[in-house]
Design a binder for this molecule. Structure first.
Ligand code: ZN
Length: 600
């Protein structure tokens, strides 16, 4: 039996999709329907059901005439229809005005949706095949709209056009987002597998040839990492669905595609010869999501097999699934020749500096941060830097520390790549019986793949809050670690708070144990004057640069519109900034280890 969906941008200006779902043989006791509470890859309960408006149910009658069926709501995201004795159709509208990769967005320029935001699941039919009729908006203004999705075109539908598409089951249906509109399309092959990138949004003089050439290099490095012998990608085709905007950054991984959002300025334009930092950021994002095709979409924590879409799914392993992916995203760019060695070491140093500057790393382990992602990492408030460690960033550092340890101990014969390949082989060998990676399974795979005993170090880095000793870990690779006081942003270095880049000097975060906190300032306070001189977010650093650590300043600020005065003793030990430098005088052995690491 097939579950038949149809979706139409019924009113793009009002951001409304019209959706129907038909169940041929509904539950005779009354069919239940539910909408996921979260979308896999983004670990937060988002309550997509709040955007469902005007839901009705019909029992199909003769000649298309339908009889209204009573529907009642059982909980926030579950509906029950009164018992029927024939095919049942639910019709509803979905409000789509979330410009992110996680939900749905529709206006007269384009439409985008994840199935988890728009397709109700008939409970009990999770394994049923699905068809989706993707219909165009009405009117000549939309005649040029096309479609890009990882769903399979049904017979009679041309890929890239509106029409019927199919999915093996509900899980696949909601893992294949759809973009529709007049996007710019680029195509390329990776080791014989067709890939495409669609760019939505206005991007003047986009250099699509460069973009596809660079993405091809990124993808090829990763396919070769996991399948050095067969060079076979785990999908038959792959799509990058990219939304270009003024300000924005994000990505969500799927089994055979990814949805990305980026700054239009980060995409390359014709005539641009060098790569910009923004372009490297975009390539890093694309690389990150592509790596997830193996790590988290297929190799998964046991807690995600299967996903429970009604509530939080707890695992202590996001440091491996997100952190290792973050490690490999930039490493892939280095191995693909898209980051120089100097640029790669800079990105590593930035990650180290960011982690070191956040006091939260001393209070939360990355395993705890993984477990609590649902209520902490994804729900960050002004105190987050003091209370949370990022399982992305510190997880990437754990991956780095592991990779360096393994390479140094085995003279470069083994690496973290071997552990990733072992996890991948385990996934493939299990087939339909795959139970996912047990909570101690990543460490077990690392030890099995390398023959090394790393449990103590890994537990200290992941279950505890110890920082890997990078000076020691990088020495065999001929890389020096330097720590200098971070003085580039005086308000951060001397006051210990974070301000926006411009506009009023409204404090975003106050860091634990630093002068702003010691002097009584809080997040939300609006700084007005420093020693009697007016300050804004844009001017305070110039003024503060005239002062020394240890000086005392008077700050005037508004809190709840009340003028307050604070006396602050400026920092004597500004937080460190880390730089990494390849030592040109390093020995041959160190150079060889480094080449092997960064060369793949
Ligand atoms: Zn990720």
């Amino acid at each position: 039996m097939t579950i038949a969906y149809a979706i139409r941008p019924a009113n793009p200006g009002a951001h409304l999709f019209h959706v129907t779902v038909t169940v041929e043989e509904p539950d005779s006791q009354g069919q239940l329907f539910m909408l996921p509470a979260w979308i896999p890859g983004s670990y937060m309960v988002r309550e997509f059901a709040r955007h469902i408006v005007r839901l009705t149910a019909l029992q199909a009658g003769q000649a298309g005439a339908g009889r209204r069926v009573r529907v009642e709501k059982l909980d926030k995201h579950t509906w029950r229809c009164a018992p029927t004795d024939g095919p049942l159709t639910l019709a509803y509208e979905v409000y789509a005005w979330d410009l992110s990769v996680r939900a749905a967005h529709l206006d007269p320029t384009h439409g985008f949706f994840n199935g988890s935001s728009v397709f109700l699941l008939p409970i009990g039919h999770e394994g049923a095949r699905c068809t989706v009729d993707i219909l165009p908006p009405e009117g000549p203004a939309y005649a040029d709209w096309r479609v890009i999705t990882g769903l399979t075109p049904a017979r009679g539908t041309r890929r890239g056009r509106f029409g019927a598409y199919t999915a093996r089951d509900y899980d696949e249906l909601i893992d294949c987002p759809v973009e529709m509109g007049t996007f710019t399309l680029g195509r390329f092959d990776v080791l014989g597998v067709p890939h495409e990138i669609a760019v939505t949004g206005r991007v003047p003089r986009l250099d699509m040839a460069r973009l596809t050439a660079d993405l091809e290099r990124v993808c090829e490095v990763q396919v070769r990492l996991f399948e050095p012998r067969t060079r076979r990608a785990p999908f038959e085709r792959y799509s990058f669905l990219t939304m270009a905007v003024g300000e924005g950054y994000g990505g969500l991984e799927h089994r055979n595609c990814t949805a990305l959002i980026c700054k239009r300025d980060d995409l390359p334009h014709l005539g641009l010869r060098d790569s910009t930092a923004g372009y490297r950021t975009f390539l890093g994002l694309a690389s990150h999501e592509y790596f997830h095709s193996w790590n988290v979409k297929r190799i998964r924590p046991a807690a995600f097999v299967p996903y429970d879409l009604t509530q939080e799914n707890y695992t202590r392993l996001l440091w491996a699934f997100e952190g290792f992916t973050s490690y490999y995203d930039d490493l892939t760019l280095a191995r693909a020749g898209l980051l120089t060695e100097v640029q790669y070491l800079e990105t590593l140093a930035t990650t180290m500096t960011t982690v070191m500057q956040r006091p939260g790393r001393l209070k939360q382990s990355v395993a705890d941060s993984s477990f609590d992602a649902w209520i902490k990492y994804y729900l960050q408030d002004e105190n987050a830097p003091n209370s949370i460690v990022s399982y992305y960033q510190k997880g990437a550092l754990v991956a780095l520390a592991l990779d360096l340890s393994i390479r140094a101990a085995t003279g470069g014969r083994k690496s973290l790549d071997d552990a990733m390949r072992l996890l991948w082989r385990q996934y493939k060998a299990a087939g339909a019986e795959y139970a996912g990676v047990a909570e101690d399974g990543v460490l077990a795979a690392v030890e099995e793949a390398t023959g090394l005993q790393l449990a103590r170090a890994v537990r200290e880095w992941t279950e505890g809050t110890r920082d890997p000793d990078f000076a020691q870990l990088l020495a065999p690779f001929g890389i020096d670690v330097e720590r200098r006081p971070a003085l580039d942003k005086p308000h951060f270095a001397l006051l210990g708070c974070k301000l926006p880049g411009s506009g009023e000097a409204k404090i975003e975060n106050v860091f634990d144990g630093l002068p702003a906190q010691a002097g009584g300032l809080s997040a939300g306070d609006v700084l007005l004057a420093l020693d009697g001189l007016r300050v804004t977010a844009g001017t305070i650093d110039t003024l503060l640069a005239r002062y020394q650590p240890g000086d005392t300043v008077e700050l005037h600020a508004f809190r709840r519109d009340e003028l307050m005065t604070f006396s602050i003793k400026l920092g004597t030990q500004p937080p460190p900034k880390i730089t990494l430098r390849a030592n040109p005088r390093a020995g041959r052995r160190a150079q060889a280890l480094r080449r092997r690491w960064l060369g793949g």
